[in-house]
Design a protein around this ligand. Structure first.
Ligand SMILES: [Cu+2]
Length: 164
């Protein structure tokens, strides 16, 4: 009885002491770890974020570069004045680049005529001042244009769209 009552408080103290030592070691570890990891993470995040911002900035620069290129395209669209009469198209040859978009304005139209390019599925009634927009095919070649009314084509209402 004496021994056990003497040792019990010591054992209890040892346990409490061990518990204190463990808990203080834990808090020390937490205290020392937190300041080390937190700034390192925040630095890494900010550098990642700034890297993302840089990438976004690059994309924006590229897209604005494209946007500035696009408005330049419409003025590049060439207009071709095409006269027609009894029975001709003038000029009889139009040269364009592949994929080029251009307009044809029918300047002087006398009588009822049409303008057709079969390969482009282009079929239009034409009248004075009419403007049609044409996109040249991707394949270079020679594409006939003609009027399909009566014998107009055989009478001379034809020409060729040369795609280079
Ligand atoms: Cu015709």
């Amino acid at each position: 009885m004496r021994r056990s009552s003497f040792f019990l408080p010591i054992i209890a103290l040892l346990i409490v002491g061990a518990g204190c030592a463990l808990s203080s070691a834990d808090t020390k570890r937490q205290v020392t770890e937190l300041p080390n990891t937190a700034p390192a993470d925040s630095v890494a995040q900010t550098s990642e974020e700034s890297a993302k911002k840089l990438v976004v900035a690059d994309v924006q620069v590229e897209s604005t570069g494209d946007v500035t290129v696009e408005p330049v395209v419409p003025p590049v669209i060439r207009n071709i004045n095409l006269k027609d009469g009894e029975f001709f198209f003038d000029p009889k040859s139009i040269s364009v680049k592949k994929n080029e978009t251009f307009t044809i304005t029918f300047a002087d139209v006398s009588g009822h005529h049409t303008f057709n390019i079969d390969e482009l599925n282009l079929h239009a009634d034409i009248s004075a001042g009419k403007v049609i927009t044409v996109t040249a095919p991707a394949n270079p070649g020679r594409y006939s244009y003609y009027c399909n009314i009566g014998p107009h084509r055989t009478l001379g209402m034809e020409g060729v769209l040369v795609v280079e």
